[in-house]
Ligand binder design. Structure first.
Ligand code: NAD
Ligand code: UDP
Length: 336
């Protein structure tokens, strides 16, 4: 299948491009490199031995997107491109709605004009909102999101549902990711946050490699077993493979929604202790106050993806941590 991957130079996109190429699919990457790297694309070529067709373009640029569809015979779009920093979205809501919502709108307009109506979208567990009971199941309604990033994801889901309702020739798969971590086992691809990492895993890795003094654990007074928050961490390669498993689903008309997670919550303290055990490296930490907006604990009901797509997250926590550490050691400053 010829697949257009938007955001293919980013963290999840680059891992997905590797798996697509290795499975024999043909790939075109569109990325504006605002948070991705051309080095990631070179590394994909190194891992797969195949060349990557790359177009540096912004999904908000209708003319550029029309050009992509006219020059390439695209059958399906996997749409990763977007901004993803929750805290930044609170201070820059216009950028988030423009990039994530308007960007997807323009992409869909270009797809409609080109007659390409199959889309796999990177959604997030955040759309379940603040009050949903755990585990999150796909049959639950979208809830109240607490920041512009989450709201932009919920808005795109609704846009895509409306599009399918209006035109039965569209087929859309909404993949709700839980917490992807880890890196390609080669150590050549991984997460490359700009500035101080917001997320737990890259922060732990940067403390371990000596780039930061210590980790702040945001609160140990939550109603969880050890008082720290619990999340459903899954290996980025498993997540990438979930997209491959979703490709047959996007051949059927309509909208389908799948959680991609392991189905298990792991606490922040358990993450830190497991990292130290697996790598043998010390991670100094300090318990600090809660981070605004954090939910105590959530994880996926991963049953639907298993039953309908035949997908389960197979890599365990030790693999996620060891692969992160290999990536961090080989690339202490990421792709820079
Ligand atoms: P990332 O920032 O590493 O990758 C996104 C890529 O999109 C980057 O390469 C960036 O340069 C590109 N991009 C951004 N805006 C663009 C635009 N307007 N035009 C063209 N390219 C553009 O992020 P990621 O972690 O790989 O996430 C991929 C997708 O998955 C995002 O939509 C994100 O919201 C979603 N998601 C991520 C997580 C996570 O924890 N990483 C969780 C849930 C959902
Ligand atoms: N966290 C932390 N210190 C950090 C970063 C994150 O204690 O420096 C905690 C955070 O409070 C949350 C968990 O780690 O409970 C996962 O945070 P992350 O930002 O990675 O994912 P999200 O909160 O978006 O699910």
């Amino acid at each position: 299948m010829q697949v257009l991957v938007t955001g293919g130079a980013g963290y999840i996109g680059s891992h997905t491009v590797v798996e697509l190429l290795q499975a024999g699919h043909s790939v075109v990457v569109v990325d504006n490199l605002c948070n991705g790297s051309e080095v990631a694309l070179q590394r994909i070529e190194k891992i797969t031995g195949q060349s990557v067709r790359f177009i540096r373009a912004d999904i908000r640029d209708r003319q550029a997107m029309d050009g992509v569809f006219s020059r390439h015979d695209i059958e399906t779009v996997i749409h990763f491109a977007g901004l993803k920093a929750v805290g930044e979205s609170v201070s820059r809501p216009l950028d988030y709605y423009e990039n994530n919502f308007y960007g997807t709108l323009v992409l869909c307009q270009a797809m409609e004009a080109a007659g390409v109506r199959r889309l796999v979208f990177s959604s997030s567990a955040t759309v379940y909102g603040e009050e949903a009971p755990v585990p999150y199941v796909e049959t639950m309604p979208r809830g109240t999101t607490s920041n512009p990033y989450g709201t932009s994801k919920a808005m795109v889901e609704k846009l895509l549902e409306d599009l399918v309702s209006a035109n039965a020739r569209w087929s859309v798969v909404l993949l709700r990711y839980f917490n992807p971590i880890g890196a390609h086992p080669s150590g050549w691809l991984g997460e490359c946050p700009q500035g101080i990492p917001n997320n737990l895993m890259p922060f732990i890795a940067q403390v371990a490699v000596g780039r930061r003094e210590r980790l702040s654990i945001f609160g140990d007074d939550y109603p969880t077993a050890d008082g720290t928050c619990e999340r459903d961490y899954l290996h980025v390669v498993d997540l990438a493979l979930g997209h491959l498993k979703a490709l047959p689903a996007v051949l059927e008309p309509g909208v389908s929604i799948y959680n991609l997670g392991t189905g298990q919550g792991v606490s922040v303290l358990a993450m830190v202790n497991s990292f130290m055990r697996v790598t043998g490296v010390d991670v100094p930490y300090l318990i600090t106050s809660r981070r605004a907006g954090d939910l105590p604990a959530f994880w996926a009901d991963a049953g639907k993806a298993r039953r309908k797509l035949g997908w389960t997250a197979e890599r365990g926590l030790d693999d996620m941590l060891m692969d992160t550490w290999r990536w961090q050691c080989k690339n202490p400053y990421g792709y820079r």
